[in-house]
Structures are given as C-alpha cells and as structure tokens.
Ligand binder design. Sequence first.
Ligand SMILES: Nc1ncnc2c1ncn2[C@@H]1O[C@H](COP(=O)(O)OP(=O)(O)OP(=O)(O)O)[C@@H](O)[C@H]1O
Ligand SMILES: [Mg+2]
Length: 344
Amino acid sequence: MTEGREIKITGMKSILGIGNALTDILAILPDDSLLRKYHLPLGSMQHVDKETGDLIWQDLKEIGVKYVPGGSAANTITCCAIFGMRSGYIGKIGNDELGNLFKSTMEQFGVKTTMLYDAKGSGRCMVFITGANAERTFASYMGAALEMGPDDLKPEYFQGYDYFHIEGYLVQNQELIARAVQMAKAAGCIISIDMASYNVVESNGAFLHNLVEKYVDIVFANETESKAFTKLDDPREALAELSSICKIAVVKVGKDGSWARNGEQEIFIPAWPAVPVDGTGAGDTYAAGFLYAHSLGLPLKECAEVGSIIAAKVVEVVGTKIDIPRWRVAKEEIKQLIEKSKGC
Ligand SMILES: Nc1ncnc2c1ncn2[C@@H]1O[C@H](COP(=O)(O)OP(=O)(O)OP(=O)(O)O)[C@@H](O)[C@H]1O
Ligand SMILES: [Mg+2]
C-alpha cells in the first residue's frame, strides 16, 4: 500500500495493538445443505472445536473461499498503518497456512507484527453466505488466539510506541490485559480500548471498571456497550459517566453519529454522509481515525470527525477493507478538515 504515505507528517506517532488474530473464511454457498450438515442455525454464531473447524474448512474449500485476515484490533491497526502511523500488532497464531497469511497480510500493510505461536492452530471465523439476501452464519474456532497469556508478553514489545490499543474481546483474558497495560504504561503509552460488545462488558464489568479507571486514557464504546458499562440508557449520560473515570470517552451511535467528551468539553458529531451497504468494521475504523487525528494533536472535535469520515467509507464496502478510491477521497476530506482546523 502506498496511499498511506500521501499525507505523512514528520514526527508521526506510533501505535501498538493487541487482539485475537483471526482470519475470516468466507464462502458463498449454493444452498443450506452445509448448514444442516454441521447443525448451524441460519444466522447464528457458534463456537466449534478444531476437528469440526477443520472439516468445515475442508468442505468450504471445495466450494471456493475468500480469506480476510482481521479481528477488531488488527483492523484498527491496519487502518492506522495506512494513515501513515508506525504500527505494530501482537497476536497469537498457529504455525500454519492461515497464520502465515495473517502475518503476511498485516505486514503488507506496513504493520510490524509480533506473532506468538501455539500448536492449537490459527483462529478463524468461517462465514457461510446463503440465500438471495446473502444471510451470514458463523462458525468460529478461536484456536491459538485463546492461548495468548501474560507470560507471552515482554516489556520490549511496548518500547517506542506512543499509543497502545486493546480490543475488548481480549478482556475475557484478564491476566493478559492486566500485564499488557502495566507494560504499556511503563513504556509511556497512551492507552485506548474498544469495548467490543455489550456481552463482553456485562460479563467483565468489575474488571473493566478498574481497568478504565486505573489505566485507560481513551475509551470507545457503542450505545449498547456504554449502557452495559454504566447502566445508563441515555448515551449522553453514559458518556458523562464514562468520561468521569478516564481522559477521553467516545460513545458511537451508528448512523446517528458519535459523542465524545474530554473533561468538561463535550461534542456531538453527526455521521459523515455514506451509502451504507455493510456496517462491518465501522467501529474499528472509527477508532483508527480518531487515534490518528489524536496523534496529530488535533482537537477533540476533529478527532471524532476524522473517525466519522473513515468509518463512513468502510460502511460503503462489503467487509472491513476500504478500497483505494475511497481511501483517496477520505484522505482529501481529512486534509481539508485539518487545514480548516488550523485556520489556513
Ligand atoms: N450508516 C452509516 N453511515 C455513515 N456513518 C456510519 C454509519 N454507521 C456507522 N457509521 C459511523 O461509524 C461509527 C461507528 O459505528 P457504530 O456506532 O455502529 O460502532 P460499533 O457498534 O462499534 O461498530 P462495529 O459493529 O463495527 O463494532 C459511527 O459513530 C458513525 O460515525
Ligand atoms: Mg464496535
């Protein structure tokens, strides 16, 4: 990718992310016979063991599959790399075909990977696309990703980074996150977390509260996550509550836009205009835009605006990767925004 270099600014800050290193394996199926074979209810998300995961993968391969390496933090970090930030990623994979693909794809985007390995095999999410409405049914095998633990981390992994970004899905592994944030703080990183999903928040409430209060500088939550965290229905009230325990809080409300708060300063940014086709990746991409703008020292409003601009591009494409023409448009829109903010 070369487009990341277009608006490279001297002294660009760096970001490290940590997450579940997962690859989506997508297949468009002629009928629902494979769903029946593996007892997968249409539209459901099921966890499967390695044996079943391998059998499914084999069956899907015969039909024809598309591989899309990702996971929430990996998506955010890749996007930061395309913006031109020096970017790194820590995740655990198997020493296998999917793991190699994950690592090399991240590296193609300019991300410095610190991959850890486990015999369980690389994590994957198999996506069955069926019917005229392209309905999606998921079978995921977390594999090596779930084996990442606190002892895998070394202080030197964090050295030299300005930001450390955590995906909320990892919070289920509390010891890992506790060690990671300690190392990131010791390395002087600004710490951000994306809360990932309301059930992650519900099942790790006390741990997350403590984490945000003690370590986190920037929190990203959507409406349901902010509600699960604060027990407040109104996103604005939830925002105020969240921002009382960290420096910057962001509550995203989908096509209605986003709220951000830093101390007493509160802003609302409507969604950037888009023709949405698939919402996948909106949150991950928003976080990347916000953090990139923050790393440039832009004010809160511009951070949320850059997040909104880039998120509006990902909702226009199927999947999590913005195409090159849309990256160009986004970079032009962001450049104009930055110039306006500087008053030139
Ligand atoms: N239809 C849309 N049109 C334009 N922008 C959108 C649209 N949907 C989402 N966005 C932008 O993306 C941001 C994040 O979306 P959302 O609130 O859905 O986050 P999320 O639930 O974390 O997303 P994800 O499902 O990817 O985790 C919104 O605040 C908005 O700026
Ligand atoms: Mg999200």
